[in-house]
Design a protein around this ligand. Sequence first.
Ligand code: SF4
Ligand code: F3S
Length: 106
Amino acid sequence: TFVVTDNCVKCKYTDCVAVCPVDAFFEGPNFLAIDPAICIDCALCVPECPAEAIIQDTELTEEQKPYQAINAELSQQWPNITEVIAPPDDADSWNGVPDKLPLLER
Ligand code: SF4
Ligand code: F3S
């Protein structure tokens, strides 16, 4: 299973959703989550993310590990997203900023 991690927070470019063959992405206010029960591990979304935020679950760093449960939880609460939308105006200024978990809106 692939996991959306910290650098998606406040970037939310959504390029990832266009390539997912099984529509596994769910949209929150400033972050996307992958439903681990839907993801088929194709890895197509990984190179699409300008923030390099999508990581295989077996490759997560200690800092990224909390995002496994966050994806599982929030994908059950948020609506499905399958088409690219405009990112936040300030997305580029947040790309690469560390430790954005406190900024994740539910
Ligand atoms: Fe979708 Fe494949 Fe990415 Fe999983 S790895 S979320 S199936 S594009
Ligand atoms: Fe987030 Fe990257 Fe998709 S920033 S919305 S995981 S393209």
